[in-house]
Design a protein around this ligand. Structure first.
Ligand code: UD1
Length: 417
C-alpha cells in the first residue's frame, strides 16, 4: 500500500486540466444497463471507485473496456441480477445499481453498500421510492431482495431530503417505468443534470433535472449513446484550495464556473481572484488569506460537503476565525485530529468546528481516513513547513486521479512512497 510524502511551503504554478467527475461517471455507468446496447463514455477518470463500477458491470455479464479516459460499455449480454457483497461493500454508490438492475430485469438482489465512514448513511429514501414505484423489497441479514414482476409504474415521489443518490436511483428506475414519475425536493447537483443528459441521449424523457422537481415520462426502450462526463467540481475546489493555501497562482482547464458557484465566493472572500473564460480558470491568491467566516455545508447550489475538508485545510492558515457547520454528514471531521498534529488550532462541538488561523503549519505523520479528508491532508501538507507523510492513498485514489502527478505538474513536491 502506498502513502504520500509532501515537502511543503512551495509555491505552485502552471496549468492542469481538471479530471472528469467521479459522481457523474458512477451513475452513468449504472444507467448503461438500461440500454442493452453499446455506450461510449468519455472523460471517465482513473479511480478505484470507477474500477468497482466496471467490476460490477462485468459481474453482471456486461462488457466494459477502457481506452484511456473512454469506457466502452456494452450491456446487451447482461445475465445476472445479483451484486455480491464483496463488490457492494467497496463503495456506497454501488446502491445506484439497484434502480438500474430492477428496471431492466424486474428483479435485483444486492447487499447494503459500504464506502467511506461518514456516519450512518442509510438508504431508506432509495428503498421507499422504489417501493412507491411498485417494487416489493425484502431486507434481511443485510441483503436486499427486490422484485417487480410486472415492471415499475410511475408515481409521485416527494423526497424528505434532496438525496443525490436517491434522486439518481429514482430517475434511472423511472426511465423504463410505465407512465409518469414526478420527484419533488429532488437533488439539484450538476451530476444529476449530467445523468439526465446521458439518459435523454439514450431516448429517455426527463425534464427538470437540476431543479427541485424532475418529471420522467417512462419509455419502453433505450438505445446506447456517446457521452462526455462533466469536469469534477470537487477536484477543482481541491486544486483551488491547494493554490490558495500556498499563496500561488495557477490555471485550471475544463472548469464549469456555474458548478462552482457555492465555492468561488468563499475563495473570493479569502482574498483570492478567480476568472473563468471559456472553461479556463485563472486563479490567484494573496500571501495570507483572510478568514472564510462561516461555511455551512448544504445541498447544491450551496456549499458542498465534499469541499468542506479541503477548504478547512486552507482556513487553518487564514488570518482570523472561520466557523464550519457540517449539515450533510455526521462524521465528516476526521481530518481535524490530523490537522491538530500539524499545529492547527481547531475546536469542535458536534457538527460545528471553529478554526483559528495560525501563521504556520508543521509537517507531520498523518493518517488518512476518508476520501475528502485525504485530499485535505494533501492541501495542508503543501502549506506546512517540512515534510508531511500521509499513511495511505487508498481513500484518495477513490476520487482523485494521480493527484501526486497533478500537483507535481504544478511544481509541488508530492511523491508516492
Ligand atoms: C453523494 C455524493 C457524495 C456527496 C453527497 C452529498 C456520489 C457518488 N456521492 O453521496 O460525494 O458527499 O452526495 O452531496 O454522488 N440519506 C438518508 N437516507 C437515504 C439517502 C441519504 O438519510 O436514503 C442521508 C445521508 O445519510 C446523508 C444525506 O442524506 O446524511 C446526504 O446523502 P446523499 O445526498 O444521498 O449522498 P450520496 O448520494 O450518498
Amino acid at each position: 500500500m502506498s502513502g504520500l510524502l509532501i515537502e511543503g511551503c512551495r509555491k505552485l504554478r502552471g496549468e492542469v486540466t481538471v479530471q472528469g467527475a467521479k459522481n457523474s461517471t458512477l451513475p452513468i455507468l449504472a444507467a448503461t444497463i438500461l440500454t442493452e446496447d453499446e455506450n461510449v463514455i468519455h472523460n471517465c477518470p482513473f479511480l478505484s471507485d470507477i474500477d468497482v463500477a466496471v467490476r460490477i458491470l462485468r459481474y453482471l455479464g456486461c462488457s466494459a473496456t477502457r481506452h484511456g479516459h473512454t469506457l466502452l460499455v456494452n450491456t446487451e449480454g447482461m445475465n445476472d441480477f445479483r451484486v455480491p457483497d464483496s463488490l457492494m461493500r467497496e463503495m456506497r454508490s454501488s446502491i445506484i445499481f439497484l434502480g438500474a438492475i430492477l428496471a431492466r430485469c424486474h428483479k435485483a438482489q444486492l447487499t447494503f453498500p459500504g464506502g467511506c465512514e461518514l456516519g450512518p448513511r442509510p438508504i431508506d429514501l432509495h428503498l421507499d421510492a422504489l417501493r412507491k414505484l411498485g417494487a416489493q423489497i425484502e431486507e434481511h441479514h443485510g441483503e436486499i431482495v427486490c422484485c417487480a414482476p410486472e415492471g415499475l409504474t410511475g408515481t409521485s415521489i416527494a423526497l424528505a431530503f434532496p438525496s443525490v443518490g436517491a434522486t439518481e436511483n429514482i430517475m434511472i428506475a423511472a426511465t423504463l417505468a410505465k407512465g409518469t414519475t414526478t420527484i419533488t425536493n429532488a437533488a439539484r447537483e450538476p451530476e444529476i443534470v449530467d445523468l439526465a443528459d446521458y439518459l435523454n441521449k439514450c431516448g429517455a424523457s426527463i425534464e427538470g433535472a437540476g431543479e427541485g422537481t424532475v418529471v420522467i415520462e417512462g419509455v419502453k426502450k433505450l438505445s446506447g449513446a456517446s457521452h462526455n462526463v462533466i469536469p469534477d467540481r470537487i477536484v477543482a475546489a481541491t486544486l483551488m484550495s491547494a493554490a490558495a493555501v500556498t499563496g500561488s497562482d495557477i490555471v485550471l482547464n475544463d472548469v464549469i464556473p456555474a458548478h462552482l458557484r457555492g465555492v468561488i465566493p468563499v475563495f473570493e472572500e479569502a482574498g483570492c481572484k478567480v476568472q473563468v473564460k471559456e472553461g479556463r480558470m485563472t486563479f490567484s491568491s494573496p500571501a495570507r488569506l483572510r478568514p472564510l467566516k462561516l461555511i455551512r455545508t448544504t445541498p447544491y447550489p450551496g456549499f458542498p460537503t465534499d469541499a468542506q475538508a479541503p477548504l478547512m485545510a486552507l482556513s487553518t492558515k487564514a488570518r482570523g476565525i472561520t466557523v464550519f457547520v457540517e449539515t450533510i454528514f455526521e462524521n465528516r471531521y476526521k481530518h481535524i485530529g490530523e490537522f491538530l498534529r500539524m499545529g492547527a488550532n481547531i475546536k469542535t462541538d458536534g457538527r460545528v468546528a471553529v478554526v483559528e488561523g495560525v501563521p504556520k503549519l508543521y509537517g507531520a505523520k498523518v493518517s488518512a481516513q476518508d476520501l475528502r479528508g485525504s485530499a485535505a491532508l494533501v492541501v495542508a501538507g503543501l502549506s506546512a513547513e517540512g515534510t508531511t507523510e500521509i499513511d495511505t492513498t487508498k481513500y484518495l485514489e477513490r476520487g482523485y486521479e494521480d493527484l501526486d502527478v497533478v500537483l507535481s505538474t504544478l511544481e509541488g513536491s508530492v511523491k508516492k512512497i
